[in-house]
Design a protein around this ligand. Structure first.
Ligand code: SAM
Length: 231
């Protein structure tokens, strides 16, 4: 249950200053543009942070110990990469990345305003195998409406899983939803997103586990299309 969690009533009340230091892209008036839903131990965010030093990123994770771990991990990296004169310091110094403990299925629009995001990640989400548990899946028609709301037209959703049934479920729901269209890997690579796809496949803890077990990885990406005109 969520009664012991504090949620911002609206995105204006999030208080991003507590997440990103003063000398982060926040200073340029930016808001988080990448969201990693169910970020787990944070592997994707940590990989992407230095690749996009002027983009703010946020992980959302429901398990308190796990989100705390990610927070500590980011803090340690910020300390380690604080010295700009050190050639080993990576761009952005991890000031552009943060995490919240949150139930993304309930509170995504409390954090992000309309069209705020350019990328949304669902990497190895919990499969909830049993049919009666499917309503707990992170992809559903109701939730897709929220994802379409927070994503800007042209924005990309990345999904990956090792569970074929879940992959097919996610593809089916995105295809049925009028505000998303599938975009294949080749197109994304041509558009310059090769490093993101690479990170989606290999940077997370779950992705690494699947690799060790020689499991399959099913990638599916979707583009948020323009809002449909009123009739
Ligand atoms: N994306 C990470 C990776 O690839 O390593 C973690 C994958 S793990 C299988 C799924 C994660 O989603 C877990 O850490 C879980 O706690 C989190 N999660 C599940 N439901 C969630 C929700 N409603 N809101 C936020 N996080 C959630």
């Amino acid at each position: 249950s969520d009664h012991n969690l504090d949620y911002p009533a609206t995105p204006n009340e999030v208080g991003w200053e507590s997440h990103y230091p003063e000398d982060s892209p926040l200073a340029d008036g930016k808001k988080p543009e990448f969201a990693d839903v169910g970020c787990g131990f944070g592997g994707l965010l940590i990989t992407l942070a230095p690749l996009f030093p002027s983009t703010l990123m946020l992980g959302m994770e429901i398990r308190v110990q796990v989100s705390q771990y990610v927070e500590d991990r980011i803090q340690a990296l910020r300390v380690k990469h604080a010295d700009k004169t050190n050639p080993a310091t990576l761009p952005g110094g991890y000031k552009n990345v943060s995490v919240v403990r949150a139930n993304a299925m309930k509170f995504l629009p409390n954090f992000f305003s309309k069209h705020q995001l350019s990328k949304l990640f669902f990497l190895f989400p919990d499969p909830h195998f049993k049919a009666r548990k499917h309503k707990q899946r992170i992809i559903s028609p109701t939730l897709l409406a929220e994802y379409a709301y927070v994503l800007r037209p042209g924005g990309i959703v990345y999904t990956i899983t090792d569970v074929k049934d879940l992959h097919e479920w996610m593809v089916k729901h995105f295809m049925e939803f009028p505000l998303f269209e599938p975009v294949d890997e080749e197109t994304l690579i041509q558009e310059g997103h090769r490093n993101i796809i690479q990170a989606v496949r290999t940077s997370t803890e779950e992705g690494k586990k699947v690799e060790r077990n020689k499991g399959d990885k099913y990638l599916a990406c979707f583009r948020r299309i323009e809002d449909l005109p009123w009739p």
